[in-house]
Ligand binder design. Sequence first.
Ligand SMILES: NC(=O)c1ccc[n+]([C@@H]2O[C@H](COP(=O)([O-])OP(=O)(O)OC[C@H]3O[C@@H](n4cnc5c(N)ncnc54)[C@H](OP(=O)(O)O)[C@@H]3O)[C@@H](O)[C@H]2O)c1
Length: 263
Amino acid sequence: MICMRCSAQAESLAAFTRENRILVTGASSGIGRAIALLCNRLGATTIAGGRSREKLEAAKAESAAPEHFCVEPRDLLEDTENLPLWVKSLREKYGRLSGLAPCAGEASVVPLREYDLATARRCYDINVHVPLLLARGFADRRNNAGAGASILFMASAAATADEPGLCVYGAAKGALLTAMRVLAKELGPQRIRVNALAPGIVRTPMGEAFLHFLDDEAREKELAAYPFGLGEPEDVANMAAFLLSAAAKWITGQVVVMDGGRY
Ligand SMILES: NC(=O)c1ccc[n+]([C@@H]2O[C@H](COP(=O)([O-])OP(=O)(O)OC[C@H]3O[C@@H](n4cnc5c(N)ncnc54)[C@H](OP(=O)(O)O)[C@@H]3O)[C@@H](O)[C@H]2O)c1
């Protein structure tokens, strides 16, 4: 039986109104999709970015309030330098934004002998430059809702891992974490909070691709290292919704590692 008082308290941990407009990139798959759906279910207006319109429409069809689930397909690696203007155009279309969760990402798992500039640049573009340019657009006073607005970066436990193959992806996510701490200070006077999540392996197409990269022995070892098993996208979304909501109004400059006890 659900106690109504406890239930109301639980909901108030992360609750939104439709005036809370949250831009989530990577909303067509995995973690970003789970965040977009949860925030929408908790009352926010979700602006969902991704490359595939079809996948975004499928997420919208699954959402609790499809009329408040806005589909905005865009390849973030095209015309990247103009991403702040894209954020402006979204504000003009929907109104000021109260949350930004840039979840679009790509993992490049390559040993040093295969390190090449094009791969590394692409990895840094999608995992560092894209979220920072989106944050720049979001931080423009004309585009955000002011006090209480919140940015949540999606880093990775790979940022502090010393596993072979992570010298590009892990380093990019490490750069994002450093930027997060700096931006928390820079944007504090505007009362914009900036935090990050650093998940271990989560069951998404990217997580499965990482496991596929490992040989059988390394995969077994990796799976055995998670006492609580691998993460589900919803595990990450729960913390994301909390950090994006007013319930986390005293939290900024923090990284939450979510890894089922792995590290
Ligand atoms: N899964 C994990 O184990 C794990 C662990 C730690 C951190 N992370 C981080 O969590 C975030 C989400 O990962 P995920 O596992 O949910 O990945 P995923 O299921 O593979 O989804 C990746 C998302 O990024 C979007 N995307 C990729 N490149 C894009 C581009 N150029 N322009 C626009 N959108 C683009 C994809 O859009 P389309 O589907 O439309 O192509 C998709 O929505 C990433 O930043 C990742 O680094 C993941």
